[in-house]
Design a protein around this ligand. Structure first.
Ligand SMILES: C=CC1=C(C)c2cc3[nH]c(cc4nc(cc5[nH]c(cc1n2)c(C)c5CCC(=O)O)C(CCC(=O)O)=C4C)c(C)c3C=C
Ligand SMILES: [Fe+2]
Length: 413
């Protein structure tokens, strides 16, 4: 661990007596290792690069997501805030605080402090721009990419405006929930006077595998989720379906991607009364093994053409994996990178408010998320058990080259 880590910072801040009280010099690492069970989980992910981290990065265990509204009318203030965020992101992803906690007894600490002593935890910070950033306020309308078209109303939408939209988004993923939350809290502080949080969402468990090195996790319906996802090792699929390339009408987006977030509540109590056979028909996969209903193991190819002894399709015509499959959608694919969430109970009904905070990255939502969701929203057997309650669309610019660069610098040039 380099000298600049949050653990070293703890040593500097507390001194020997403080460290003894905290349980010794290894306190931070021991705690993180206890939580995650592996030191690789504690490592740093490089912040600078051709693409923003947090897209092709193997999905971490925890999410803190924030959508911000800009309150200032001053374009320079927005640039300054984005530059502050970039500098802070470089520090935080290395495992450093954004500034001193103990700078003066008579001033508020610069960093809020709750991540001091915790390692980098594979933190990634991914920033995106919503369609509303390109309205008249900052003279940016000519830079709005065609692919950042508002998501049209889709079948089955029950969207809450207070959980939707935003001028900017920040996706913080890490293997420690406190490290992820710390980002949103400190970004909101750095934004003070320029932008405010519009809505936020915590995710407590990844629902996708995004690398062949990862096991497939289970969603809150108990099914393996992410089996047929695009994997980071499949760079051809990334170029074809995820990264914005030469086809874009806006050069500043080259190397970027488009993030769609959907807060999808699961009607868990109803789902839990459904027979296993029906649950498996809904997805078109076996619950325990994750195998398609036409196969034996999770990695078996889905056979959408297979018929049973009576000539009926083995995978229902409205099963989730049939309607979402590339074969049903003109060959289109999505990179899924979502998280399970729970927000207590619905006070109106006493039922659990829990589900999937669905995040997808893609080259163009107009030909990927929107038509796929239109088909799913209209016909998916899963619709009986879910409600889309929030939505966001963001253009995620390419990665930052080096210190001094900031999110969307080319857009403001
Ligand atoms: C618009 C796209 C999608 C939404 C919204 C969506 C919601 C959603 N999905 C699950 C659970 C599973 N999805 C699975 C596969 C799958 N889902 C989508 C797209 C959306 N899902 C795609 C493109 C695929 C892959 C299809 C294929 O090529 O086979 C699966 C099966 C396992 C897997 O491959 O990941 C599960 C399980 C839930 C619970 C949900 C909303 C709450
Ligand atoms: Fe799905």
């Amino acid at each position: 661990m380099p000298d600049t880590s949050r653990r070293r910072f703890l040593g500097g801040a507390l001194g020997a007596a403080g460290l003894a009280a905290a349980g010794g010099a290894g306190f931070g690492v021991a705690r993180a290792t206890e939580r995650t069970g592996s030191s690789a989980h504690a490592e740093a992910v490089p912040f600078y690069g051709a693409h923003q981290a947090g897209i092709a990065t193997p999905a971490q265990d925890r999410l803190a997501f924030g959508a911000f509204d800009i309150t200032s009318r001053d374009k320079t203030a927005v640039q300054t805030m984005l530059a502050r965020w970039a500098a802070a992101a470089a520090q935080l992803t290395r495992g450093e605080p954004v500034g001193a906690v103990d700078i003066s007894p008579h001033a508020p600490p610069i960093d809020t402090g709750e991540a001091v002593g915790l390692p980098a935890s594979q933190l990634t910070i991914t920033v995106g721009f919503g369609p509303t950033l390109f309205d008249d306020r900052f003279g940016l309308s000519r830079y709005r990419p065609a692919a950042l078209a508002d998501i049209p109303p889709l079948p089955g939408d029950t969207l809450d405006p207070n959980r939707s939209g935003g001028d900017l988004c920040v996706q913080a993923c890490a293997n420690d929930p406190q490290v992820a939350f710390h980002v949103i809290r400190n970004f909101a502080r750095l934004a003070r006077g320029t932008a405010v949080l519009r809505w936020s969402q915590l995710g407590f468990g990844r629902t996708s595998s995004t690398s062949t090195s990862q096991d497939t996790p289970r969603n809150l319906m108990g099914f393996k989720d992410g089996t047929n996802n695009i994997k980071a090792e499949d760079t051809r699929s990334f170029d074809e379906f995820v990264w914005v390339g030469a086809e874009t009408d806006q050069d500043w987006m080259r190397g970027g991607s488009y993030l769609v977030a959907r807060r999808i509540r699961m009607l868990i109590e109803n789902w839990d009364t459904d027979f296993l056979l029906d649950q498996e028909q809904v997805f078109g996969r076996f619950k325990t093994s994750g195998a398609p209903l036409t196969g034996k193991s999770e990695s078996d190819t889905v056979n959408l053409a297979a018929k049973d002894g009576e000539g009926k399709p083995v995978i229902d015509l409205n099963a989730h994996i049939r309607l979402a499959a590339p074969a049903t959608n003109g060959g289109q694919k999505l990179l899924r990178r979502g998280y399970s969430y729970t927000d207590g109970i619905d006070p109106q009904t006493g039922l659990l408010d829990a589900g999937l905070f669905f995040i997808v990255f893609q080259k163009d939502p107009r030909t990927q998320f929107v038509p796929i969701q239109r088909r799913l929203g209209g016909h998916d057997l899963l619709n009986e058990y879910i409600r889309h309650t929030g939505s966001g669309l963001f253009a995620v610019p390419p990665g930052l080259a080096e210190a001094g660069d900031y999110f969307g610098k080319a857009l403001f040039a």
